[in-house]
Design a binder for this molecule. Structure first.
Ligand SMILES: NC(=O)C[C@H](N)C(=O)O
Length: 324
């Protein structure tokens, strides 16, 4: 029988409304699985990795979840892996898991927008869809996916685009849509390659995110480097532009050996060096590494993964450009 292994990490799918405080993650894998309709054809096993709202996670925790997913995916006794996770930062952890996962085993993230004790909770339905997707032989070799509200999305490119909607996710590749007891698959996601983390994982790796906006102070970039950032991601405006002083600050960080990755705060499209007068052309000429079409949040995850294994700036650039 097909075996799907569920890794529970917390999030709203594991949360109940507290008294006095807000909803808090507390349900372990056993309770989450107990709420799901059984599927006759799949043997389901569960494991607790952590039980926390995803807004509380740091890079070391992301590395723990992503590495556990990869280890279980490499287990020959497991046909598919499901990770239950909060939706707030699922796009970060799922993308890290995708970067690390060199196996063909399906790894499917899911969660909920309404807590486990909400009368209209969506957790059990999403979990069932994720389990059925992870059990599907057609899902092999597609990398890490997100199953939510009837859609199967690539981890790469996906971002949380709505705070409350049943389908919070947007962007990414629509790999499949619910069809009966599974998914109709219709697209393969772009996956340029995978990378390993050193034994220390992402412990001690720091990547800060600085956003451009009218009147933004470029000293935020220098401050991040002063505070020990290994890399700084600059989310520029439009094609990757920023106001006066930013290109100079990027050049200063390049001199100090701190790579700056240039992404865009705009919802879609690549970063391109089109504009001068301090714009993206000047920021790239000052030494920034373009993030391509990665969101600032996923550019930050790739930057952390690369910095942990290839901290030397030229090697950082080469690996980042290979995997973006
Ligand atoms: N819907 C959710 O899961 C949000 C939740 N606050 C989280 O852990 O990210």
């Amino acid at each position: 029988m097909t075996r799907v292994h569920v890794l529970a990490t917390g999030g709203t799918i594991a949360s109940r409304s507290g008294e006095g405080s807000g909803a808090t993650a507390g349900d372990a894998a056993e309770a989450i699985l107990a709420g799901m309709d059984a599927t006759a054809d799949v043997e389901i096993t569960g494991e607790d990795v952590m039980t926390v709202g995803s807004y509380r996670l740091g890079l070391p925790e992301l590395a723990t979840i992503a590495r556990t997913a990869r280890e279980r995916a490499a287990d020959p006794g497991i046909d598919g892996v499901v990770v239950t996770h909060g939706t707030d930062t699922m796009e970060e952890t799922a993308f890290l898991a995708d970067l690390l996962n060199g196996t063909d085993t399906p790894v499917v993230f899911t969660g909920a927008q309404r807590a486990a004790d909400h009368p209209d909770t969506d957790g059990p339905r999403n979990l069932r869809q994720a389990v059925l997707a992870a059990a599907q032989p057609d899902a092999r070799g597609l990398g890490v996916l997100i199953a939510f509200d009837g859609a199967l999305l690539s981890a790469r490119g996906t971002r949380k685009g709505h705070t409350m909607a049943s389908q919070p996710f947007t962007g990414g590749t629509l790999v499949g849509t619910t069809h009966g007891d599974g998914f109709h698959l219709h697209a393969r996601p772009h996956r340029p390659g995978t990378l390993d983390l050193p034994d220390s994982g992402l412990d001690g790796t720091r990547v800060d995110l600085v956003t451009a906006h009218p009147g933004a102070d470029p000293a935020a970039l220098t401050w991040a480097a002063d505070r020990g950032a290994d890399v700084v991601v600059l989310a520029g405006t439009g094609l990757g532009n920023a106001g006066p002083g930013h290109a100079e600050a990027v050049a200063e960080l390049a001199d100090r050996g701190v790579p700056v990755v240039l992404a865009t705060r705009t919802l879609a499209g690549p970063v391109l060096g089109v504009y001068g007068d301090g714009g993206g052309a000047d920021i790239l000429a000052a030494g920034a590494v373009p993030a391509g079409e990665l969101t600032p949040f996923q550019a930050r995850i790739l930057a952390a993964t690369v910095a942990a294994s290839h901290p030397d700036p030229p090697e950082f650039r080469a690996q980042f450009e290979r995997l973006r």
